[in-house]
Design a protein around this ligand. Sequence first.
Ligand SMILES: [Fe+2]
Ligand SMILES: [Fe+2]
Length: 196
Amino acid sequence: MSNCGCQCHDKNATVRTILMDEHRVIERVLDAVERMLDENVIDREFTLGAVDFIRNFADGCHHAKEEDHLFPALESVGVPREGGPVGCMLHEHELGRSLVGLMTSSLDAAVAGRPEAVDAFRRAAADYVLLLRHHIQKEDNILFVMAERALDCQRKKELIAGFERSENATPGKHEKYLALADRLANWQFRAAPVCG
Ligand SMILES: [Fe+2]
Ligand SMILES: [Fe+2]
């Protein structure tokens, strides 16, 4: 069995621990984005790295495990999508994607110092951090607990196998983005301070 650096290959891993482990990695990048905002800089290279991480790890690896595997499994045992926790989580994933879109569309003008772009960038980045922090708390403490109770052993095994298949589809991707999260968490911001 290959080991890509994610917990799917750990015999003791559960659906909840695999997804919560990824949340802790995502939070390291959220902390770094928040640190950039606190230091009142807009670092283009850091931001492009953070957007790459968000799109390919937070969305590409993690949200895909939830949307393609966990949420359908929950729906299959009666957890509703519309008006229920699954629909709420999906809506928040979409909100996150649109905020990341705003960050990228305003980035170059913000780096050039255009005040309206600086405001738009900073607001989108701060809103994204806040949204994801609350989203992660709801999943860790409510949705994943619900999943542990609602899904039987067989279904949990199938979910973990599905996670592993997703990871194996792109060998090395998980490790690459863990390394990027590490670089972003230790980033020394280089851009000149901006006054938004
Ligand atoms: Fe989620
Ligand atoms: Fe999540």
